[in-house]
Design a protein around this ligand. Structure first.
Ligand SMILES: Cc1ncc(COP(=O)(O)O)c(C=O)c1O
Length: 468
């Protein structure tokens, strides 16, 4: 069919050129959808006969270069999107070359063993209870589904119900309490699980962390043990809920604590100052995090961790006559997916090459950069840092000379920065006010990148003031 080594070499050259261009290219591409389609060349109708592999790859590379964001580069601060460590990206190429179905030991002993080792390392690195079971999902969305499926099983079983067999028909409603600042993926996971997204929302303090008095009031309203969704790293501010107190209170009422740590769970692998922020995290019943965010693994990889392996297994495990069961790790029993990529392989590569010290440096270094960014921006009159920068998230508001329209001005500055191309970030709304959201996740970001980006943001702010 084609020359595999030659094609890999061609892909390698495109990939190396792309990665080398990241520090200098505009962070968001200027190309329009029509230009990207034109670069693909063949879009009007599926080709009747196949085209040769070399020109197919070249066309994809052209379109990819024109239309991709430099999110793996050093000055991408949008959403919460990590870069990828070179060793993890290279290991991901091996995953593609091996082309293993990482679902059962019998499909790939190597994928099963690597995942098993990686799972144990992560539990140890984060200091979670030994015996915690682990699944590698596409992202935190499906990891939340996994943790909450285990919670649903556990609480239903305690109430004498077999939710796996009977579903939720005529079942008593499990009360769900969640931070008012929760990520929307929690609501979606609850919807997938048939529990509805009507949750009792717990009010938060000025930095977006759960107020314990509000949690107490919510717990006083429940008539049976609840699921409580807390978070380590709020999507806007990076705030961490008071996890020890949350777990003690919820366990006092027989409930289950699920911690969305998509962003912040990795702080458990940082130095004492940052670990203290998550004090009590180990007491929770399930946790989620993303390797493709702060650990700088290429997309995609989320991680579900469950302190009750029997509930995890009961909620997710599956059998079929044609499946060979080995007695070794069967990944299919830990996640909602059936066939799947060996996504723990790049995670293994990252953890092995970083070691504990390297993970701590990565997490601590990006937090330092976020604080540096906040201090540079705060020194400009008319620029306010809205949040307490506890992790890697910075919220900025531009009040300018005309304070009444700070929302409009802030949105305008975000637009200017996006067009400027020095760095990329996006807007959000926090406490009812428009903010600029900066998330520092990349291993590549340096102090110079922060200084260049802060200068660009301040320049764009002055331009936006002139335009308003
Ligand atoms: C706090 C939080 N939870 C959940 C998610 C969803 O994660 P994923 O996109 O990996 O599914 C995100 C994504 O940004 C997040 O920031």
């Amino acid at each position: 069919m084609s020359d595999f080594p030659g094609l890999l070499h061609q892909a390698y050259e495109h990939a190396v050129r792309w990665r080398a261009s990241l520090p200098d290219r505009p962070v968001f591409p200027a190309a329009t959808p029509d230009e990207i389609r034109a670069a693909l060349g063949q879009v009007d109708g599926m080709p009747a006969t196949g085209e040769d592999a070399v020109s197919t790859l070249d066309a994809l590379a052209r379109a990819g270069e024109l239309g991709s964001t430099a999110s793996a580069g050093p000055r991408y601060f949008g959403y919460v999107i990590g870069s990828s460590l070179p060793v993890a990206a290279a290991a991901d190429w091996l995953v593609t070359a091996w082309d293993q179905n990482s679902t059962l030991y019998s499909c790939s002993p190597a994928a099963s063993v690597v995942e098993d080792v990686c799972a144990a390392w992560i539990v140890d690195l984060l200091g979670l209870p030994s015996g915690t079971s682990v699944g590698f999902t596409t992202g935190t969305q499906m990891a939340a589904f996994t943790g909450l499926a285990a919670a649903r099983h556990h609480l239903m079983a305690a109430a004498g119900r077999d939710v796996q067999a009977d579903g939720l028909w005529d079942a008593p409603r499990i009360p769900v309490i969640a931070s008012a600042e929760r990520h929307a993926s929690i609501d979606r996971a609850l919807r997938y699980l048939g529990m509805g997204s009507r949750v009792d929302a717990v009010a938060c303090d000025a930095n977006g962390a759960m107020e314990l008095s509000a949690l107490d009031a919510a717990l006083a309203r429940v008539d049976r043990p609840p699921i409580v969704c807390a978070q380590a790293g709020s999507i806007n501010t990076g705030a961490v809920d008071p996890l020890r107190a949350v777990c003690e209170r919820v366990h006092g009422s027989g409930g289950w604590v699920h911690v969305d740590g998509a962003i912040g769970l990795w702080a458990l692998a940082a130095d004492d100052e940052h670990r203290r922020l998550l004090d009590g995290a180990q007491l929770a019943d399930s946790w989620t995090t993303d390797a493709h965010k702060w650990l700088n693994i290429p997309f995609d990889c989320g991680i579900a961790l469950v302190a009750h392996p029997e509930a995890h297994r009961a909620a997710l495990a599956v059998t079929a006559d044609y499946l060979e069961i080995s007695g070794h790790r069967e990944q299919i029993d830990t996640v909602p997916e059936w066939s799947r990529r060996a996504r723990s392989v790049p995670v293994y590569a990252a953890l092995r090459s970083l070691g504990r010290a390297g993970v701590a440096r990565l997490i601590g270094g990006t937090i330092d950069h976020a604080r540096h960014m906040a201090s540079l921006l705060a020194s400009e009159p008319g620029v306010e840092i809205v949040n307490d920068v506890v992790l890697n998230q910075v919220l900025v508001r531009f009040t300018g000379p005309v304070r009444e329209d700070a929302d409009g001005l802030t949105e305008e500055v975000v637009r200017h920065v996006q067009q400027d191309g020095t760095c990329w970030l996006s807007g959000s709304v926090f406490a009812g006010r428009a903010v600029m959201r900066i998330s520092v996740c990349s291993w590549q970001t340096t102090a110079d990148d922060i200084a260049r980006s802060a200068a660009a943001i301040i320049r764009c702010y002055h331009d936006a003031v002139k335009d308003c």
